[in-house]
Design a protein around this ligand. Structure first.
Ligand code: NAD
Ligand code: UDX
Length: 428
């Protein structure tokens, strides 16, 4: 099929290469000219496992990027995948969705055939009905008659985006009418026959995405709070989870205690939902507590060091990890940032190391950047593990650099505490 994807970011490009690999003709549309040029030269604009090889394989054949919306005339299905970031007050910023829809409205105006528009960007319940459809209908074409509308939230994770899209645990299709939903269901059924499909209306599909992310965020803050209690009385929270997880009603996923959740989705979607609930006159106490635990958790890693050694002023601290999780170079809402900022406020000298993520601009000049694990830990007096990269397990073999040094785990990387290292966990 001829498909178009608006927004060639993490979601758009990751799904684009998979759909090209399935044999579709995929046109990626992005306003970022430099990104479009990179993609057309076969260079992935961000790190994601398997992305580069699939991009190289399909660019120039099944896959093409453009800044030009007028190339969309052949597209049968158009997926909207632009970003929906937070405003400073935590509410959702729809400016990219609105500008994409303004451009799509002109495409629809001149379209000779029926097109299905699929909202993949994460948008709050009722946004498609109240914001997206009215803009598209300014084309003079009617939703449900001249074009179709679906909401199809995306659940892929960074670091495993390609595999997640290939093996979707469920496909949620919210449709404004039967025809729209049937077209999208047929499309997915052909290429992803084993994924369950859930058919709902537009606003339910939008809510499924927020409820899913809020639930995942709640699990993490829940176990972090339990971990904080455990820490006070010398209990290892990971052993507690071991004893909980065989209960099928509980399970073991997303119960890794640590410095909290970062990334481009969980923090922003949680805040957007809280804001939305308040607009509706609800007071979402549980969700606010989930957010509060997450905001305060990184400070605890710094406090832990202060409790053990007192003042951090002038102390050399190695921060291991910048990315919000392993397998990505994404720094969005990374917990590394509040930790490094607090260390600097305390007067510590900070040296950071990440295998692939680059130092955020706001820290340029304030911290040193090491080019290897050895370089980071050699001179440091204190070491903080902030991202759970496998590579950091190498610390076990670097004991000659670590004598008399304290290692604080903000993410659990050692299942069994190595006997040759002095390690303390944030909540274990
Ligand atoms: P991103 O910021 O990586 O990419 C968005 C892209 O859209 C950018 O390349 C930007 O230049 C482009 N863009 C902005 N305005 C445009 C316009 N008017 N026309 C064309 N292109 C435009 O964002 P992302 O991480 O891919 O997220 C996209 C959406 O998917 C968000 O709503 C997000 O919440 C949701 N989502 C993200 C993930 C994830 O893991 N990143 C997972 C599930 C859902
Ligand atoms: C998340 C959702 O999982 C995904 O379904 C959605 O589509 C996008 O948002 P992602 O942001 O890529 O995916 O990462 P995820 O694996 O969910 O991790 C988010 C954060 O939570 C990371 O900082 C991670 O370190 C942290 N985390 C995760 C924990 O602290 N404990 C856990 O048990 C799991």
């Amino acid at each position: 099929m001829h498909l178009a994807i608006i927004g060639a970011g993490f979601v758009g490009l990751s799904m684009g290469v998979v759909l090209a690999d399935k044999g579709h003709k995929v046109l990626l549309v992005d306003v970022d000219k430099a990104k479009v040029e990179k993609i057309n030269s076969g260079i992935a604009p961000f790190y994601e496992p398997k992305l580069s090889e699939l991009l190289e394989k399909h660019v120039g054949n099944n896959l093409k990027a453009t800044t030009n919306y007028s190339e969309l005339e052949k597209a049968e299905i158009i997926f909207i995948c632009v970003g929906t970031p937070s405003k400073p007050d935590g509410s959702i910023d729809l400016k990219y969705v609105i500008s994409a829809c303004e451009s799509l409205k002109d495409v629809l105006k001149h379209a000779k055939d029926y097109k299905l528009i699929v909202v993949k960007s994460t948008v709050l319940p009722t946004t498609t009905e109240k914001v997206i459809i009215p803009i598209l209908e300014k084309s003079g074409k009617k939703a449900g008659k001249h074009f179709g509308i679906c909401v199809n939230p995306e659940f892929l994770r960074e670091g495993s985006a390609i595999n997640d899209f290939l093996n979707q645990d469920r496909i949620v299709i919210g449709a404004m009418d039967k025809k729209s939903g049937d077209i999208l269901e047929k499309f997915y059924r052909n290429d992803f026959p084993s994924s369950p499909i859930v058919r709902v209306d537009l606003r339910t599909a939008e809510m499924i995405k927020y409820a899913s992310n809020a639930f995942l965020a709640t699990k993490i803050s829940f176990i972090n709070e339990i971990g904080n209690i455990c820490k006070k009385i010398g209990i290892d929270v990971y052993k507690v989870v071991e004893g909980m997880k065989y209960d099928p009603r509980i399970g073991g996923h997303f119960l890794n205690a640590g410095i909290g959740f970062g990334g481009s989705c969980l923090p922003k979607d949680l805040k957007a939902l809280i804001n939305f609930a308040k607009e509706l006159g609800e007071h979402p106490k549980l969700l606010e507590a989930v957010n509060h635990v997450n905001e305060t958790q990184p400070e605890r890693l710094v406090e832990l060091a202060k409790q053990r050694i007192g003042e951090l002023k002038g102390k050399k601290v190695a921060v291991l990890g910048l990315a919000f999780k392993p397998g990505t170079d994404d720094l969005r809402e990374t917990r590394a940032l509040p930790i490094i900022t607090k260390l600097l406020d305390e007067g510590a000298e900070v040296i950071v190391y990440d295998p692939i993520a680059k130092l955020p601009e706001e820290l340029n000049g304030s911290v040193k950047v090491a080019s290897s694990l050895e370089e980071a830990i050699k001179e440091a007096e204190i070491i903080k593990i902030v991202t759970d990269w496998e590579h950091f397990k190498e610390l076990i073999n670097l004991e000659h650099y670590l004598e008399g040094k304290l290692i604080f785990e903000g993410r659990r990387i050692f299942d069994v505490k190595p006997e040759n290292l002095e390690i303390e966990g944030i909540c274990w």
